[in-house]
Design a protein around this ligand. Sequence first.
Ligand code: URA
Length: 433
Amino acid sequence: MRMYDIILKKRRGLELTTEEINFFVNGFNKDEIPDYQVSSLMMAIFFKGMNKRETADLTMAMAHSGDILDLSRIEGIKVDKHSTGGVGDSVTLVLAPLVASLGIPVAKMSGRGLGHTGGTIDKLETFKGFSVELDNDTFINNVNNIKIAIAGQTKSLAPADKKLYALRDVTATVDNISLIASSIMSKKIASGADAIVLDVKVGDGAFMKNLQDAKNLATEMVSIGEQLGRKTVAIISNMDQPLGFAIGNALEVKEALDTLKGNGPKDLEELVLEIGAQMVVLSEKAHSVEEAKKLLRENLTNGKALNKLKELVESQGGDSSSIYNEELLPKSKFKLIINSDREGYISKILSEDVGLLAMELGAGRKTKDSKIDLAVGIVLKKKIGDKVKKGEELATIYCNSEEAGKSVLSKLKDVIIISDVYEEYKLIYEIVK
Ligand code: URA
């Protein structure tokens, strides 16, 4: 088999066989096929597309390019959750202990933040000493003992996807639905999931900027899951404003703790309950989404979910004292307040810009090797649809450099948009099964 022929075949718009897909993924993974040929194939795929079978084959080939986590020693149906990336998205911090508190196994691999989006692993490191590097036995034993473990993605998880993603990133071939869908699903399959719930974000702060693209991506991932024997459900949720009020690691942890105490922001709680209910139904612990939501709500208010987070933090060597005493969370030196200079209704909060401004304060990474400041970030005081008076507080900036804070303050004013008309904000658009 020759890579040249595979490129030519796809350039002509023909369907690649399973063997041809395995050939290029394995060859590229082993450095036997050069970057320029794979880039060329990616561009041909970008223009000519792949059908559902090819997309599923690419997913499997990338999943099998490294270790497939064997979770068979964990009893029960293992349901994983994945978000395509958002701003202020602390869903996993609330959702994982909440679902585990119902006795459902949560064996979760999570990522770090990059650019304007945050990552669960960084947020968990707010708990001093929390270890995200677990060997397979500890990971599995923790899930068996307390129903939950959250670890960082290892290098051996779908390495071909990692290489391919890096290549797509510099060859303008990222934003193709089949390539994104197979990239995400390969990591979920390699993480050993039996069933998967996807949170596909759409809007200003998301990968997918319009609803039709988000629906296409959701449908493609659900179809891959189906072909590979993993029940998959996708929730399409709005990222036209940050989720919750907080953007920044310790600030989001505080918000997650409030949510686990039953006092969280409405939108964060709504999304947690929607994703959680789908997970509970897939794990066969409830017959309907309504029944599942009832169970989840109970554990948000009776303290069981919060206690599960404490168990998780302690089992991975972290200091859990801040869970019941939020004063102990990392704090910034300075606090700057932004007030509104007019009256009206909040009509837009440009999430990507808010994420980038939080990154400028030090809350996120510019490159994957940057160090982050856990204490800094932004807390919004108003969300889309809220009425504001002149002089009323719009947001607070938490910073460790007054200069950086002031610079962010002047820019943040322009990304919180106030108009004369009230606009409703819809958080959940659709559920794709
Ligand atoms: N996230 C991924 O993991 N892969 C993509 O291709 C895009 C977003």
